[in-house]
Design a protein around this ligand. Structure first.
Ligand code: HAM
Length: 443
């Protein structure tokens, strides 16, 4: 190749395009772990009678502004919002599932026949600084129980979480719980907080100065180390709860205790979304570095009315699936993955390919997973190189159809895992021979 033609080739080589920062591909090597988690989650929701509800990824921005609250990190800084080019509507990629689910429940009048237990899963989008365990597209599994007012359902959804962690073999997960009381109790606490922070205004950072006016409760969320002593000394909401709120909180704790669920009261736990009242909780771990909250939630009785529905109590939680999978890895509880398929079918092209394809289809129709060798360059490949592929596929047995076998109306079946034994079988008896071999291998 001349230098000139090399240059022209370099110029015409297309630039590769990378994925968006903080938004990850799920690669085949990890897909089975996700499928496993999905399977466990489906068993969990079935065991507790929860029904699936899927909302779209895009919602009117107002759903989250009103639902999550204007003065929250999510709404102020983290939403992927855009204007619909065709009709000018303000839209947002959902940053969480609860507000969208409530929108759907109201719109579809789902509480008409009484309370509902619902669950969802899917991608959420937040424009945060990506790091381990924190992504811009991440995936949540969430449950929401709507129309139940008592502490029993708060306890039930927490029991579901504990059952899930046990099922997944997670180690080092702690439950932290708090009560945010009711609006009037928070108002009294807020007034006391404002007075306290005003008295100590010189110690507030810029963000907190702003929040002192807009939403002083959020100052308690500050991660700024220089603010921590001040925050420690601030008035605690629990001291402002009235008898009813305290009774609810105590009843939840009593139910957890009766079910042997340890929990720690964390009076500083306020959550980052504005729809909560009474019980709030998070499951945290020290095993994942800075992003140690694997799941969180609580009661959000005001939300349905705030979103335009008939007032109804509700509570729920959501977990970050990436964080849970990471913790499974750290806990050593990711299961050994099974082989990808049962049978690998080898051939030598031409009529042997036709016979092999028909046999592979026959196996699949009988519920047997089969990979048919397909040559990368369209030419037939040696049995030796095909056998390497068969080994790597994880298949238990190979079915081999060469010209000699075909001439005798036969195929060969070879054990790829244990004995390595290979034997001839009649071509019209391949299915029976494969079933017999697979049953034998699983005994
Ligand atoms: P959240 O605490 O904002 O609550 O999110 C729930 C979980 O999603 C977190 O505990 C975390 O595991 C995961 N998560 C959040 N942001 C990220 C991120 N950037 N990257 C990876 N994982 C993340 C809610 O979303 C509420 N809707 C929960 C709820 C349901 N409350 C009542 N019902």
């Amino acid at each position: 190749m001349t230098d000139q033609s090399k240059d022209t080739k370099a110029q015409t080589k297309a630039q590769k395009i990378n994925g968006v920062r903080g938004m990850n591909d799920l690669l085949p090597a990890d897909a089975a772990q996700w499928a496993h988690l999905d399977h466990v989650l489906r068993d969990l929701v079935r065991a507790y009678g929860y029904e699936f509800l899927r909302t779209p990824i895009v919602e009117a921005t107002a759903v989250f502004q009103r639902g999550i609250g204007e003065v929250t990190d999510i709404v102020e800084k983290e939403m992927y919002s855009f204007e619909d080019r065709l009709n000018g509507e303000q839209l947002t990629l959902r940053p969480e599932g609860t507000a969208a689910l409530v929108r759907s429940v109201i719109e579809n009048n789902l509480l008409y026949e009484g309370p509902k237990r619902l669950w969802y899963t899917g991608p959420m989008f937040r424009h945060e600084r990506p790091q381990r365990g924190r992504y811009r597209q991440f995936h949540q599994f969430g449950i929401e129980a709507l129309g139940f007012a008592g502490p029993d359902i708060d306890a039930e959804i927490i029991l579901m979480g504990q059952r899930l962690w046990d099922e997944l073999g997670l180690k080092g997960v702690r439950l932290e719980i708090n009560s945010l009381g009711q609006a009037h109790e928070r108002a009294e606490h807020r007034a006391a907080l404002v007075t306290y922070f005003e008295q100590n205004q010189s110690q507030l950072d810029d963000d907190s100065q702003r929040r002192l006016i807009s939403n002083p409760l959020r100052i308690l969320d500050s991660k700024n180390p220089e603010m921590q002593t001040l925050i420690e000394g601030a008035p605690k909401l629990l001291d402002f709860l009235g008898a009813e709120s305290l009774a609810h909180f105590n009843a939840v704790q009593a139910l957890l205790k009766a079910n042997n669920i340890p929990c720690k009261i964390n009076p500083r736990l306020v959550r980052g979304l504005d729809y909560y009242n009474l019980t709030v909780f998070e499951w945290v771990t020290d095993e994942l570095g800075a992003q140690g909250t694997i799941a969180g939630g609580g009661r959000y009785d005001p939300l349905i009315e705030r979103m335009g529905g008939k007032p109804a109590p509700a509570c729920g939680w959501a977990m970050g699936m990436e964080r849970v999978l990471e913790l499974m890895k750290v806990s050593g509880s990711l299961p050994e993955m099974q082989s990808q398929c049962d049978i690998f079918v080898l051939h030598q092209g031409g009529v042997t390919l036709v016979a092999a394809m028909i046999i592979a289809e026959r196996l699949r129709s009988a519920g047997i997973d089969a990979i048919l060798f397909c040559s990368p360059d369209g030419q037939s490949a040696s049995f030796k190189s095909q056998m390497k592929k068969a080994d790597a596929s994880g298949a238990a047995f190979a079915v081999i159809i060469g010209p000699d076998e075909l001439a005798k109306n036969e195929a060969q079946i070879k054990d790829l895992r244990s004995s390595g034994e290979q034997k001839a079988i009649p071509l019209d008896g391949v299915l029976e021979a494969v079933i017999e071999a697979l049953v034998g291998a699983s005994e």
